[in-house]
Write a protein that binds this ligand. Structure first.
Ligand SMILES: C[S@@+](CC[C@H](N)C(=O)[O-])C[C@H]1O[C@@H](n2cnc3c(N)ncnc32)[C@H](O)[C@@H]1O
Length: 306
């Protein structure tokens, strides 16, 4: 069996990463191609599943998913659009073999395609009913800016708390070339990516649009106050944003920033890491008593804002 991953040209990086990490499968042969190239990659004598980037499977995409398709052997193609299965395996022995059919209602419920443009992707993701219960995003900076000595950092690793994670670059952004956000919350990654790519002034409005698209459920603003948006003033981040937009490669990754694998990935370049109190939260892969081990394992060229 092969898996064909179809490129979705306008996919948000955070959405792509989130879907990728949830697309668990044990399929050995994986081909990545554009929509136009799919046809020529479909095997003539095998079973193949075609999945467009930006599809979330509720469970694993594996033999079990295929086993739950009740007439797989009798059908040459099941489904159409962003996800479908082509079965060119074995002989066409069944008298009743159909050439195509659509997914049934229950089969369709096993995955969700988030869409082809930013707006659809954000809305569908924010409304996805299986987001982790701690998928909060931070529209307000909740801790004071940290003072630190200026160095020529070219690499920035940070949790994705939007404005706060950008403001921490205020004195050092000029040399930054690569940024990697790690966050256990997909809404935080999504908000931060949209902020970096689309924010152009009027922050209050920006947050309101995000909340209307489904972010409200995941806000850390005081939803009980009469005007929850009142504290949102325009942050002074435009020069930082401009630098990032013009000069930086930015990665958005779902997952725990304290994983040893993240420390291992630090390059030999001067790196600034913004943990923003993650050791005071309980989403860490490492245990509390291992905090000093984490700090001791840092390469010399890495500075940490806690
Ligand atoms: C740690 S919170 C703290 C915000 C603020 N500095 C404060 O103290 O209230 C900021 C972001 O970190 C994320 N976060 C918390 N623990 C994390 C971890 N171990 N790995 C990755 N992200 C984490 C949260 O989802 C959130 O988006």
């Amino acid at each position: 069996m092969i898996l064909i991953k179809v490129k979705n040209p306008n996919i948000l990086n955070s959405v792509k990463d989130y879907c990728e990490q949830h697309l668990l499968h044990g399929i050995e042969t994986v081909i990545e191609c554009s929509a136009e190239e799919v046809e020529s990659n479909i095997p003539q004598d095998d079973l193949c599943i075609v999945v467009t980037e930006g599809t979330l499977f509720h469970d694993h995409l594996d033999e079990d998913f295929l086993k739950s398709i009740y007439d797989l052997d009798m059908c040459q193609q099941i489904g159409s659009g962003p996800v479908y299965i082509v079965n060119n395996q074995g002989q066409m022995t069944s008298r009743y073999r159909m050439s195509t059919r659509e997914f049934s209602k229950s089969e369709n419920k096993m995955f969700k395609f988030l869409g082809y443009n930013k707006k659809e992707q954000a809305k569908n993701l924010l409304e996805f009913d299986r987001l982790h219960p701690r998928s909060f995003y931070y529209p307000l900076a909740t801790s004071k800016p940290k003072q630190f000595q200026r160095k020529n950092y070219s690499n920035y690793i940070s949790v994705a708390n939007g404005v706060e994670s950008l403001q921490r670059l205020i004195n050092v952004y000029q040399d930054i070339k690569t940024i990697t956000f790690y966050d256990i919350s997909i809404t935080a990654l999504l908000f931060t990516e949209l902020l970096i790519k689309s924010y152009n002034g009027n922050y209050r409005n920006f947050v309101e649009v995000f909340d209307k698209a489904g972010g409200r459920k995941w806000t850390t603003l005081d939803v009980d106050s009469a005007d929850m948006y009142a504290p949102l003033s325009d942050p002074d981040i435009m020069p930082i944003l401009e630098h990032i937009r013009n000069n930086c490669e930015v990665n958005y990754c779902i997952g725990d920033i304290t994983r040893p694998g993240v420390v291992k990935s630090f390059s030999t370049r001067p790196t600034l890491v913004n943990l923003s109190n993650v050791f005071e939260y309980s989403h860490n892969f490492i245990r509390r008593e291992e905090k000093s081990l984490w700090y001791n394992s840092l390469p010399v060229n890495v500075d940490v804002l806690s």
